[in-house]
Design a protein around this ligand. Structure first.
Ligand code: IPE
Ligand code: IPE
Ligand code: MG
Length: 253
């Protein structure tokens, strides 16, 4: 079968009434992809950055409302400094280079993470994109940079304390409202590439009831067909949210 035939076959099986509203992707495996080819890790990151376009465009076509891409964690500062600076350059270049095309496609853009620790020019370029695309109606591309799930909760707690809310008034809704970009909903489907089975501090709060999907595919090899496989796996799950299977069947009736 050709790639197109495989894609058509998988698309046939898709239930368009059950597309995850928010997909989070831990884009892992760039370094291993490069190493297998005798290339530098930086080359792996460059190839990885190229895959973003295909995946975002296809997710938007399918009606996904949010895609959160984990591109740099708070822990990634511990990498060799030349790799960190190459990643930061790549991220900034990506934001600038893709701006007009993303806008033309009707996508929205958000930078998600501890922004005050990032180089101001990255935040500035991201702000330009967010502002330009804020009235678009397509998918929201949430680029997670200097993001840590624990850091996000710490920052939310700081804000809550600063605002002087009485402790007995604090509930889960209060925490949700103080996360970075509170309008970003819970993650329905959390994908991690490269065979690692951990979430590495991604979207802790919003992934409490996410369906997890792990694939051996390295991020630079991930494409629309791989996204389809992930969504089909999601559609095969029963999301019970603590209830029994029977209760869910009754609800459907
Ligand atoms: C993911 O690829 C990109 C970032 C974490 C920035 P890696 O660089 O972690 O690739 P591996 O895990 O070493 O293969
Ligand atoms: C997670 O990948 C972070 C990103 C993809 C940005 P890592 O490669 O940093 O995660 P660990 O260290 O293997 O858990
Ligand atoms: Mg990795």
């Amino acid at each position: 079968m050709t790639r197109q035939q495989i894609k058509a076959e998988l698309e046939n099986r898709l239930d368009m009434s059950n597309i995850p509203a928010h997909i989070g992707i831990i884009m892992d495996g760039n370094g291993r992809w490069a190493k297998r080819r005798g290339l530098s890790r930086i080359k792996g990151h460059q190839e990885g950055a190229k895959r973003v376009k295909t995946v975002v465009r296809y997710a938007d076509d399918l009606g996904v409302k949010h895609i959160s891409l984990y591109a740099f964690s708070v822990e990634n500062w511990a990498r060799p400094s030349f790799e960190v600076s190459a990643l930061m350059k790549l991220i900034k270049a990506y934001i600038v280079r893709e701006r007009q095309e993303l806008h033309a496609e009707g996508v929205k853009f958000k930078l998600v993470g501890r922004l005050n620790e990032l180089a101001p020019e990255i935040v500035k370029e991201a702000d330009i994109s967010t502002e330009l695309m804020k009235n678009n109606s397509g998918l929201s591309l949430n680029l997670c940079i200097n993001y840590g799930g624990r850091a996000e909760i710490v920052d939310a707690v700081r804000e809550i304390v600063r605002s002087g809310i009485a402790p007995e008034k604090i509930d889960e809704e209060t925490i949700s409202r103080h996360l970075y970009w509170p309008e970003i909903p819970d993650v329905d489907l959390l994908v991690r590439t490269s065979g690692e089975m951990r979430t590495s501090n991604f979207h802790l709060w919003r992934s409490a009831y996410s369906e997890l999907y792990f694939t051996e595919v390295l991020w630079p090899d991930f494409d629309d067909v791989e996204l389809l496989r992930a969504i089909l796996a999601y559609q095969g799950r029963e999301r019970r949210f603590g209830m029994t299977s029977e209760q869910l069947t009754e609800q459907e009736i």
